[in-house]
Design a protein around this ligand. Structure first.
Ligand SMILES: *Cc1c(COP(=O)(O)O)cnc(C)c1O
Length: 244
């Protein structure tokens, strides 16, 4: 068994235990393997272990991996989720190459994604990222601006609004973690009560998937617990390596 296969098995068991503790059917939670900074061979090892849905943060890197995997495993249908910040100049890459985007927090970005989604592809599946624990420079729409954004995005023709995503501040206290997730679930319920049909809560990562599942997460985004610690992102430059 490869390390990645063993890790995946452990993460699936964690999800199953969290579901059992919450009285939920394990089939209601999708595991997204976050492969950012890892190469095609690691993705292929996860595919061999039965994983089909992958998340990427950095758009250029993600697109390269989508294309590399198509060449490496032709005929294998994988599902690609963009979970990182989307700048205006990257919307076409996202609309062209990804199946999902979890990190929409501005209408302008959503409009561009809708306009640029190729006609021969299914609508782009979208979650809105919500900033629940403040921090003015954090990504995500503020809760009081969420309803207007959600209704506007739901009306865009080439997008399909599915739900909400959040990345709460890490906390040692499981009750603090749960309260952020509970707040997002409450915001989602508010939108459903206003007539939007939403079925996805993208919440929980390697360190906090249990409290997220306890609060209703339907999609956990797990990187390190599957692939191991991330290699450094920045290439070592000649000047940095050479200076003593
Ligand atoms: C990196 C990342 C993850 C995965 O985090 P891990 O702690 O490695 O599980 C999940 N969601 C987003 C948005 C990320 O950037």
């Amino acid at each position: 068994m490869t390390t990645i296969e063993g890790n995946l098995q452990q993460v699936r068991e964690r999800v199953a235990r969290a579901c059992a503790a919450a009285g939920r059917d394990v089939k209601t939670v999708t595991l997204l393997a976050v492969s950012k900074t890892f190469g095609p061979d690691d993705v292929a090892a996860a595919v061999a272990a039965g994983q089909r849905a992958f998340g990427e943060n950095y758009i250029q890197e993600g697109v390269e991996k989508v294309l590399a995997m198509r060449a490496l495993l032709p005929g294998q249908t994988l599902e690609w989720h963009c979970i990182g910040p989307v700048q205006s100049n990257k919307t076409r890459l996202v609309a062209t190459h990804f199946d999902w985007v979890h990190s929409v927090d501005r209408l302008k970005i959503a409009q561009r994604l809708s306009e640029q989604r190729p006609e021969d592809r299914a609508p782009l599946q979208v979650c809105l990222q919500v900033n629940v624990d403040g921090g003015a420079n954090k990504s995500g729409v503020a809760p009081d601006e969420l309803p207007a954004l959600a209704h506007a995005v739901a009306a865009l023709p080439r997008l399909r609004l599915r739900g909400l995503m959040c990345i709460p501040e890490p906390s040692e206290d499981p009750m603090v973690q749960r309260s952020a997730f509970r707040q997002v679930r409450g915001l989602q319920q508010g939108l459903v009560d206003q007539g939007l049909s939403l079925d996805v809560l993208s919440m929980g990562m390697s360190d906090d998937l249990e409290p997220a599942v306890a609060e209703g997460s339907t999609m956990v985004r797990v990187g390190r617990a599957i692939f191991g610690h991330r290699p450094r992102k920045e290439p070592v430059t000649a000047s940095a390596a050479g200076s003593a």
